[in-house]
Every structure is written in C-alpha cells, then in structure tokens.
Write a protein that binds this ligand. Structure first.
Ligand code: PAF
Length: 281
C-alpha cells in the first residue's frame, strides 16, 4: 500500500493506473476509521478498481466552535487497517490542503439549508469544497460515501451532476454496533451513560420504520417520533426531521417514501442517524 502525502504524486499514480486500463475508486474519510469506513472500502473493492482512501481532517467543514482540534487522529492505526484490507493507496496530506489566502468555495444551494445545514451553516461548503479538490486530484471513476451522512451524500451527488464531474457515486449502508448505534468516529467521546442513552437514535428510527411498514400515516409517524424523543433522560435534540428522500424538503404523505433523520448531542459528541421509509401505495 502506498501512503502518499503530495497531491501531484497521487494524481500521477491514478493516471498511471488508468493508463493500465484500471478503474480508480476513491473513499474520502477524515480518518479514525471504524467498520463503517471499512465497509465503504469493501464496496470500492467490489468495483474491481484500484482503491484510494483519503485521510484528511478537513478544517473548513468545522465551525470555530466545533471539535476540529479534538477530532481523533489515528493515522498509523488507520493505515494498518487499510493495509490489511488490501487498499492500494492512502492519501494523507500532512500540510493544510488550503493555501492561506484561498478564496474559492464550491457551494450547493437548497439541499444544504435544512437538517445539519440549519445548525452548521458553513459545514457543507467545506465538505463540497474538499471533495471537489480530492476528486480533481485523484481523478477517480467512482467515489464511495456512507448513508449515515445522508444529506452529505445527496449534496455531493448534486455537485457531481451540476458540475459535470465524471464520477459515479456509490452510497454504502449504515453500519451499526450490536445494539443499533450507528458507527461514528465521535462515538469514542461518549461517556458510558451517554453511550447507553444514544441508543435512543436507532431505537426511534427502527420503531418509526416498523410503524411505517405497518401502514402508519405521515401524521401518525410525526406524532410517534415526537413522543419517542420526548421520553428521554439525556441528549440534546438538534433536529428530528421527516423529509423527502431526494429533495430533503417537506412532504405531505409517504407516497414517495421518506427520510427520517435525527441529530442529537450527547456531551461533546453530536451524533446523527437516519433511516429511509419505503414509498406507501
Ligand atoms: O464524511 C466525511 O468523513 C467527510 O465529510 C468527508 C467526505 C471525508 C469530507 O471531509
């Protein structure tokens, strides 16, 4: 496995692979890898492509009040895991990927205003800007993202479409702990009490999904969601939203399905989770 620090070296390697007739798949991460990330790598590998994992804690997607300094950095462990998995290259730039006087941003309007965008107004422009940079550097055929960051995946797909990026986006399913908690690099910040309490996220989503499958209406689902979240001892709710799965906007019924998305803060950890509801006939 090659561990690369320089953008030019990564681009040259990717071009070499493509000259050899190989496809290239990119899995962008911020490191502190867990099984959720590794599942995305396996998806990339099933494409028969050379796989590049990027590890970069992107400062522009954190607001000044967020946990950039505290974000876990475990590069040696991450590289060992990726090497064991048979990844072809890791791009782990040591320097800042932005020049001190950079002024260019890639922004996606609309999709970025609700859900996480409401409480993190500058987050998605940081994500789209760094993802655009990584795609320009690595020039992959495929890029893989996780459904846990559902809004992020939709926003990146929109950027691809609107900016004519010739990259196929794959979205891998959420990987959960045995008790249902969605895997996240931030779970390590949970106290034992918060770790137990954080199960409310997946428990609520699964219960909503069961009710929707049993024929609950949108109004019934909203009432159930509110009641389930009201009945909790810990965790500060950021949002609980039932939205259109493509536009992320409001819906009147479940005829086109729905996204149920939650964000909650437990101590210093802000956790997100979601589930998709099938269209109701
Ligand atoms: O999902 C993440 O880990 C990050 O938002 C990403 C896509 C690597 C961009 O920094």
């Amino acid at each position: 496995m090659r561990v690369i620090d320089a953008a030019a070296e990564l681009r040259a390697l990717s071009r070499e692979w493509r000259r050899e007739g190989r496809r290239v798949a990119l899995v962008p991460t911020m490191g502190a890898l867990h099984e959720g990330h590794l599942s995305l790598v396996r998806i990339a590998q099933t494409e028969g492509a050379r796989v590049i994992v990027t590890i970069y804690v992107n400062p522009t997607q954190f607001s000044p009040s967020e946990d950039l300094a505290a974000y876990p950095r475990t590069l040696d462990r991450d590289c060992a895991l990726l090497n064991d998995l048979g990844v072809d290259a890791v791009f782990a730039p040591k320097r800042d990927m932005y020049l001190p006087d950079h002024t260019t941003w890639v922004t996606v309007d609309g999709l970025t205003t609700g859900l996480c965008g409401a409480s993190r107004p500058t987050h998605f422009r940081g994500v789209t800007t760094i993802v655009a940079k990584l795609l320009h550097i690595a020039e992959p055929d495929i890029a893989v993202f996780g459904q846990k960051d559902y809004q992020q995946a939709r926003v990146i797909e929109r950027m691809m479409r609107d900016m004519d990026f010739p990259v196929v986006i794959r979205v891998g399913p959420i990987v959960r702990e045995a008790d249902g908690l969605a895997m996240s690099s931030r779970n390590r910040f949970l106290s034992p009490e918060d770790r137990a309490a954080a199960r409310v996220l997946s428990r609520t989503l699964f219960a909503c999904s069961d009710r929707a499958r049993a024929g609950a209406s949108l109004a019934e689902l909203c009432a159930f969601l509110d009641a389930s979240l009201a009945d909790r001892a810990r965790g500060e709710l950021d949002y609980a939203v039932i939205a259109h799965p493509a536009t992320l906007g409001e819906i009147r019924d479940l005829s086109e399905g729905a996204l149920i998305a939650l964000a909650m803060r437990f101590g210093s950890a802000r956790l997100i989770d979601n589930i998709l509801i099938e269209p109701q006939k």
